[in-house]
Design a protein around this ligand. Sequence first.
Ligand code: S3P
Length: 173
Amino acid sequence: MKHIYLCGFMGCGKSTIGKALSKRLSMPYYDLDQLIEQKAGMPIPEIFAAYGEAHFRALESEVLVESGKSEPAVIATGGGIFTNPQNGKLIQSLGIVVFLNTPFSYCYQRIKGDASRPVAVSKSREELFELYQSRVSRYRAFSHLNVVCRGSIKQSVQDVLKALQAAEQTKRS
Ligand code: S3P
């Protein structure tokens, strides 16, 4: 079993679905945002404020590389992981990549005004929608599986499991 990477826009459910999925699969769970915070020794908003987004993106690429060295795990990425397109090729080589394709309106409800998300906090709904639209093509391009998430977390976990099983069967046949 390889790593399972979850990608998608802020608020699509990567952490919640990732934790539940890791329990179902009895695999460890990691969150790249948390690994970045550990490495920097400060929360994400402070990294952005003190060193800027470019520094955050460099740390993000570093922890992505490092994540590949752990035992097989479910790994949640940050919504901007493909800002550096080189992360796309890399992630595909490290595991199976699942795009949690959650409609923007759902994501927006979860992220609006969230001070822990510096990319979202100061943006209007329109600006965030533009960002969402500009990112979707990369989520699609760099993912092996695309799972539409518009129901409960339980339903989404089941849908991800189904997609993983189907992919496994296709590989075997
Ligand atoms: C970001 C998303 C965040 C985090 C950082 C930047 C982005 O992760 O990596 O605040 O650019 O979309 P979540 O998608 O978990 O909120």
